[in-house]
Design a protein around this ligand. Structure first.
Ligand code: FE2
Length: 175
């Protein structure tokens, strides 16, 4: 893993925390067995984590776009997660629809375990890790957000141009 801070990329930590706090439309993932009690929001593409995964259009946000281009150029989806105190993530591997490399921004404090290593994540810290290695987030003691960027394996994005055509047609009809 390598470590940076969003301030190294010219982002103000306090403003970014505010941005996280004021997000609307955060959803829960009630069927998730690994992250119970967490809320989330997808940017770029939304990936519904069933088997096989379902890919839809996610939200768009300028801050996410700019940050993603620094942290994981070529990213396809960004997942913002909010953890209340006591909420964590059980040991798991990420869904196979994703390329293994994840770029993640940590807001607040957290203990992250990957393989046989444990890391204390600092406020504003940016990490990159291989999500095909077993990883876990210990229940947090204070409010925490993460914004994680992933690439989707190209074979799962193949149907996307068709969706874009549909979206364009719909827009024309709306106009
Ligand atoms: Fe994960």
């Amino acid at each position: 893993m390598n470590f940076d801070n969003i301030e190294d990329f010219g982002f103000d930590l306090k403003s970014f925390r505010n941005w996280c706090e004021y997000q609307s439309n955060m959803k829960s993932m009630p069927s998730s067995k690994i992250a119970f009690g967490r809320t989330h929001k997808w940017f770029g593409n939304e990936v519904i984590l069933v088997h096989p995964a379902v890919i839809k259009k996610g939200h768009w946000d300028e801050t996410v776009d700019r940050l993603g281009d620094y942290i994981l150029p070529g990213w396809d989806c960004a997942l913002l997660c909010h953890y209340r105190p006591g909420v964590g993530m059980k040991p798991h591997y990420d869904h196979s629809v994703f390329e293994p490399l994840v770029g993640l921004v940590n807001i607040g404090y957290a203990t992250f375990r990957i393989g046989n290593q444990e890391h204390q994540l600092e406020d504003g810290q940016v990490i990159k890790f291989d999500s095909s290695i077993l990883h876990e987030l210990l229940p947090v003691v204070s409010e925490r957000w993460s914004l994680s960027f992933r690439r989707i394996k190209p074979q799962f994005l193949r149907t996307y141009p068709t969706n874009n055509v549909c979206a364009t047609k719909l827009k024309l009809i709306e106009n």
